[in-house]
Design a protein around this ligand. Structure first.
Ligand code: FO1
Length: 309
């Protein structure tokens, strides 16, 4: 079965691992690049890397980003040289950014070097950036615009948010293989990623929503909101800033025109009727994943929702 997943980083990693553990699933991941950044002259793709490391078994699962068994000698040496180190690049992680940056400087597209890195790290699934063109998530605050990593890491997501936008999205094209992966999928999964800063930038690339609308496969999402808050990260604050209710219905509302089903937590069971009004089938289960068995179980529920459609 061909499964194509739209994914951010940390929030998506567990479900993606669960999907790859299911028999007969041939997975393609379309990853967010809106939170890409440049650090010490290196091109860093946090979400693509979190997905790659997760599927390679190399992710630091405690932190949810970067590589396990990591050291930070280079960062400490940079600090001693007076460079900014609020964005911590690990020594092993730096190798990924060095390979990527060199390839991009040679003129390779991001999609090609992403595939090379994934293959060299032993990942069997296909990982595609949403676009080879630069798209950057910008968080507008009363004190001015912040690039996503400035907002999230440097300012600890404490700034008041006025708006979220995706600079460059209007001129971006889907990366090679993205539209094909959507229209040829048996099932399209929207991972439990931040709707504003992980899935939002992907949907902002012209052509991707059209592909979702016309795709013959079943589109199922997994809610990143449980109760009235995000499972992790600043999704709640950013949804509120956009006037979107911080509830599973708010998530369904964002994806409703082309979403067939949304997997929601047992705690949100009573929202099922509201989802039905939006034309979205609610699939109720435990959505908090604390071990590999939970990851597989949630992935199976998402795929079964499609099978029973
Ligand atoms: N997150 C942090 O909170 N602090 C960091 O210093 C940090 C460094 C970092 C380096 C590489 C990388 O791939 C991710 C990193 N992240 C860090 C996580 C990153 O901000 C988030 O994973 C995403 O951008 C949110 O989806």
């Amino acid at each position: 079965m061909h499964v194509t997943a739209l994914a951010g980083g940390t929030g998506a990693a567990k479900l993606l691992r669960g999907l790859t553990a299911l028999p007969d699933v041939d997975l393609t991941v379309i990853g967010n690049t809106g939170d890409d950044t440049e650090v010490w002259g290196l091109h860093v793709c946090p979400d693509l890397d979190s997905v790659t490391y997760a599927l390679a078994g190399l992710l630091d699962v405690e932190r949810g980003w970067g590589r396990r068994d990591e050291t930070f000698h280079c960062r400490d040496a940079m600090a001693a040289l007076g460079e900014a180190t609020w964005f911590s690049i690990g020594d092993r992680d730096a190798a990924t950014h060095l390979v990527r940056t060199a390839a991009l400087r040679r003129g390779e597209p991001l999609s090609r070097v992403t595939a090379t890195i994934a293959r060299r790290l032993g990942v069997a699934s296909r990982i595609l950036p949403m676009s080879d063109d630069p798209v950057r998530t910008i968080v507008d605050t009363p004190d001015g615009p912040l690039a996503f990593q400035e907002y999230f890491v440097r300012e600890h997501a404490r700034a008041k948010v006025r708006d979220v936008r995706y600079a460059g999205a209007a001129d971006a094209r889907p990366a090679p293989g993205v539209v094909e992966a959507l229209v040829s999928a048996d099932v399209i999964v929207l991972c439990p990623s931040n709707p504003m800063t992980s899935i939002g930038p992907i949907l902002a690339v012209p052509g991707i929503v059209d592909a979702l609308r016309s795709a013959p496969g079943f589109v199922v999402g997994v809610s990143p909101i449980v109760g009235d808050r995000a499972v992790s990260g600043p999704a709640g604050e950013l949804m509120r800033a956009r006037g979107v209710p911080v509830t599973v219905a708010g998530v369904a509302q964002l994806y409703a025109p082309w979403l067939a089903a949304l997997v929601i937590d047992v705690r949100d069971r009573e929202a099922s009727a509201r989802l039905r009004d939006l034309g979205v089938r609610a699939v109720v289960t435990e959505t908090i994943m604390v071990n590999a068995a939970h990851e597989r179980a949630l992935a199976r529920v998402a795929i079964e929702a499609a099978r029973s459609a």
